[in-house]
Design a protein around this ligand. Structure first.
Ligand code: BG6
Length: 353
């Protein structure tokens, strides 16, 4: 049996759904589809991490400053989706499934082998160590937004979410959500993890950004002068970007000497892009996943304990929605500006590119 997400709408309903399914079927007969796992670039996260020697040793709290994952969309409510979406919102529609999958793949421990259960065990383990990074109150760690009305570049009017077809005029559903998480395990203790997703944002883009710490000694600090213009050399931290879509690839931002007399350092990109390396187009996620069900391979499907572990992470948000009223944001923005506050004290910000 192939089942499409969302699997429940909170921890309790997910447990009830799992119990009902497992009464009739064995776990190995159930294929819970999350199409993000069928994306070629998402599968490549594991190859990148565990088929290379040089990255894994620095994937931990000693070297990583933070991780941020963005899944932004430019569309609003498509055709008749409003009825479904208004019941779920960005948190349930995207974050508690697609984004959690990305989070697991980039933070899980290496599996002992590539069997479906060995991989899924590691995902569940890391999810069980993950929670909302609440400092004083949950409102410091979670921001919900809802798009207001605006205009396309060509002047066409964009409806506010509440004016879309089949949406409650007083809806409190989030069309944008951002949060700060922590993973309390040996590898990631102290490394903040930021997730955000939303509709009607500036760009359609899904990417994972691993930002490393700056080098321990800042050698290149002197003031750089070019003619009569002087500025301080700013070393940018190394940043590894997994571009899930579009322009699928992996990019590493490094610092390099600027070709001039002075010792100026500037950032530069090392890049690997799928289209540059391979000519064939990437398969559709569902093609791959449906083929896997025919082969009886459940590696890229969500197990029942994984579903419950995902809901457990966001459960405190769902239980405190009254404290987390959605802020309005204009269409075409990177969500609500307040989501920037999640980075307070971290010395970083969202990568809006
Ligand atoms: C679906 C959500 O699962 O994923 C949609 O229900 C969302 O709301 C879509 O638009 C995004 O998928 P993709 O592959 O375009 O990032």
């Amino acid at each position: 049996m192939v089942i499409e997400k969302p699997f429940g709408r909170d921890l309790e309903s997910a447990k009830a759904l799992n119990a009902a399914l497992l009464k009739e079927l064995h776990e190995t007969q159930i294929y819970r589809i999350d199409h993000y796992l069928g994306k070629e670039t998402v599968q490549n996260i594991l190859s990148f991490r565990f088929a290379n020697t040089i990255f894994e040793p620095v994937f931990n709290h000693r070297y990583v400053n933070h991780i941020q994952i963005t899944a932004s969309e430019t569309v609003g409510m498509e055709s008749e989706r409003g009825g479904y979406y208004d019941e779920y919102g960005a948190l349930r529609d995207m974050l508690t499934n697609h984004m959690m999958k990305l989070l697991c793949l980039v933070t899980m421990e290496p599996p002992g082998n590539l069997s479906a259960d060995a991989i899924r065990n590691e995902k569940v383990k890391v999810l069980n160590a993950t929670s909302i990074d609440v400092q004083k109150s949950i409102a410091d760690a979670v921001y919900r937004g809802q798009y207001s009305s605006g205009h396309e570049e060509d002047g066409t009017r964009i409806k506010a979410y509440r004016d879309e077809n089949r949406i409650d005029r007083n809806s409190q559903t989030d069309t944008f959500v951002a949060m700060r998480l922590k993973i309390d395990n040996w590898r990631w203790a102290g490394v903040p993890i930021f997730l955000r997703t939303g509709k009607r944002m500036a760009k359609k883009s899904t990417e994972i950004v691993v930002q490393f710490k700056v080098p321990p000694l800042q050698l290149f600090r002197q003031v750089e002068c070019e003619g009569d213009v002087c500025d301080i050399t700013r070393i940018q931290p190394n940043t590894l970007i997994f571009r899930i879509q579009p322009d699928e690839g992996i990019f590493l931002q490094i610092s390099a000497k600027r070709p001039r007399w002075q010792f100026g350092v500037e950032d530069a990109m090392m890049d690997f892009s799928y289209s540059g390396r391979w000519e064939q187009s990437l398969p559709e996620a569902y093609e791959r996943l449906l083929m896997d069900t025919l082969h009886g391979d459940s590696t890229l499907f969500t197990r029942s304990d994984e579903v419950e572990a995902e809901w457990r992470v966001v459960d405190p948000v769902l239980k405190n929605l009254s404290q987390l009223k959605p802020y309005p944001y204009p269409p075409g923005a990177w969500g609500m500006p307040e989501a920037e506050w999640l980075f307070n004290g971290i010395g970083a910000s969202w990568r809006n590119e």
